[in-house]
Design a protein around this ligand. Sequence first.
Ligand SMILES: NC(=O)c1ccc[n+]([C@@H]2O[C@H](COP(=O)([O-])OP(=O)(O)OC[C@H]3O[C@@H](n4cnc5c(N)ncnc54)[C@H](O)[C@@H]3O)[C@@H](O)[C@H]2O)c1
Length: 321
Amino acid sequence: MKKIFVTGGAGFIGSNLCGFLLDKGHEVTAYDSLLLGRREFFKDFEENPRFRFVEADLLDREALSGEIKGHDLVFHMAANSDISRGAKHTDVDLKLGTIATYNVLETMRGGGVGEIVFASTSAVYGDELRVVPTPEDYGPLFPISFYGASKLACEALISAFCHNYGIRAWIFRFANIIGRNGTHGAAFDFVERLKKDPSVLRVLGDGRQAKPYLHVSDCIEGMWFGYERAVEHLNYFNLSVEGATSVRVIAETAIRESGLTGTRIEYTGGERGWAGDVPQVRLDGGKLAGLGWTASRSSDEAVKLGVKELVEQSATNWRTK
Ligand SMILES: NC(=O)c1ccc[n+]([C@@H]2O[C@H](COP(=O)([O-])OP(=O)(O)OC[C@H]3O[C@@H](n4cnc5c(N)ncnc54)[C@H](O)[C@@H]3O)[C@@H](O)[C@H]2O)c1
């Protein structure tokens, strides 16, 4: 049994991860400010004696250093997950991404915590790439969003802490993740908007933006597999699936899974959903596949299941506190 510290533990991926780690028999501390996460995501395991929740901010270094020490491993999942917010407020990703990650690493060093698994993103690669699907050794890396820039800075900080202080790291550059407890992203927005107005669905861009979608269960299995098998000091992987799903298909799936017919889809036009959005993403998952892991579902299958789960969860009105 390991003592595992999950930052962003009340968020979409973090809450699913806490359940997974508890099922594996580990002791789990979820650390989250509840800025974007939700306490009700703990309902399936909050009574578990191996689970503990700390409501605090990663920017509060004193609180963090008191809580992180004594753990064996950190899953650092916390960040500003709303990419478009970074374009409006240019210091959001700097604070919630880069500085928060520095605080995690510095308190790990101070508290003698030796291992970190980090949630990075395909957004570090940037746009109009020369190699598609894009492998991990692609470069130079020039992200086009503040979110991607922050994640790349986090990767660099992790590398420096690994080199100087012997910390071991597993960096995973995620595709788009979808599933239960989702709180943001195209599928989530569509499901919520259809609930308010089933007659018309407004979609940003021309609907042809296409990205690989990974179900959250595959994301977590993939991270755990990589953590257990990859033996370098600093390990880094794309965590993805072959192919991609277009925004148009996600919109149609959301309409169908919501049990609607006759909804009009209105595209705002343009190849990009918003400034900083990378409209076409394809990731090469060959490095993790080389160790023996591939996703259990295709991108389209992940979207179908993820949208179904979001519709079911939305129907329970879980969002009204
Ligand atoms: N969901 C995706 O498609 C996707 C894709 C690529 C990368 N990622 C990365 O995976 C990680 C998890 O994403 P998610 O989709 O679960 O997002 P999420 O917003 O659901 O979860 C992030 C959690 O971090 C918490 N948090 C943010 N700032 C904090 C702070 N300063 N102190 C304490 N807690 C803080 C939020 O309250 C939230 O609960 C993030 O790092 C995200 O950038 C997600």
